[in-house]
Design a protein around this ligand. Structure first.
Ligand code: SAM
Length: 281
């Protein structure tokens, strides 16, 4: 049964506040499934399963699908009327409260995270997944196109920001597929894009103190039009003398009159590590 027919049959009135824009384009659904590169032994977590447009296609291809859906009415229909495969567990829960590390441990391996996620929770969800990166092998998620552009942005571009740095320091990221707003019902006001995050050991870039790294990145982008020197002076609060911070910038070979948005990942890492060393002495 097509997704549109299902929506009509079950008399679903999509809830805007839960980002309920359902994928109704069968061709796009198949293209997304191909992108997932599924393996028979994988445990996948699908975020925002809705009425199972992706779930039903995932189930025959993997070991287990944990389908998370916050809306109890949808989750009940999915569980009782739509899902036939025994390897699908529908979990009625807010994904922001889902314990990825605990579940990964339970299944004895890393999880693959997939989904057409509600746009309203893109940033907190992404930060949560990045925090749990040691429990994940890959995440392939759909975002509003503008958010996808920010995740994969290069230094010095207008889209480059804390979201780009935190994503790229944790995973190899790539934008995989653009999806027109016409592929959804109801049609959202924006287009979408699918982004792949591959988490691997080689991406642990030797950051000495994650909190300092995060503070430095946030402060560097806090006042984008100012020089690094000024934005760090105004917004970085590590309890250190500013002269020491400035000295660290210079020791790392970074010109303090550059703008924060021009620093690449290595430069952010070097600066954060230098400040971490200074603070311990
Ligand atoms: N997977 C379906 C599809 O592609 O047609 C539905 C995708 S729809 C964009 C997003 C889904 O996420 C909705 O079913 C919505 O109820 C659910 N959702 C919204 N917020 C959520 C949250 N915090 N945790 C889990 N699911 C959520």
């Amino acid at each position: 049964m097509s997704s549109l027919t299902q929506l009509k049959n079950y008399k679903i009135h999509p809830k805007k506040k839960l980002g309920q824009n359902f994928l109704v384009d069968e061709k796009i659904l198949e293209e997304i499934i191909d992108l997932y590169d599924l393996k028979k032994d994988e445990v996948v977590v699908e975020i925002g399963a809705g009425l199972g447009a992706l779930t039903t296609r995932l189930a025959p291809r993997v070991r287990k699908v944990l389908a998370i859906e916050i809306d109890k009415a949808l989750a009940d229909i999915l569980k009782d009327k739509i899902i036939k495969d025994k390897n699908v567990e529908v979990i009625t829960q807010d994904v922001l409260l889902f314990n990825f590390p605990k579940v990964a441990k339970l299944y004895g391996g890393k999880l693959k995270v997939l989904g057409n996620i509600p746009y309203g929770i893109s940033a907190p969800l992404l930060f949560k997944l990045l925090e749990c990166k040691n429990s994940l092998s890959m995440a392939i998620l759909m975002f509003q196109k503008e958010v996808a552009d920010r995740i994969v942005a290069n230094p010095g571009t207008k889209d480059y920001g804390a979201l780009s740095v935190f994503s790229q320091i944790s995973a190899a990221v790539s934008k995989e597929l653009l999806i027109s707003r016409c592929s959804f019902y109801p049609q959202p006001k924006v287009d979408s894009a699918v982004v792949r995050f591959v988490f691997s050991e080689s991406f642990i870039m030797g950051i000495k103190d994650e909190q300092i790294f995060k503070s430095v990145v946030r402060a560097s982008f806090a006042q984008r039009r100012k020089t690094l020197k000024n934005t760090l002076k105004n917004t970085l609060n590590l309890g250190m003398l500013f002269s020491d911070v400035l000295n660290a910038v210079k020791v790392c070979g970074i010109d303090p009159v550059r703008r924060g948005e021009t620093l690449n990942l290595e430069e952010f890492k070097d600066l954060a590590n230098c400040l971490a060393e200074l603070r311990t002495h």
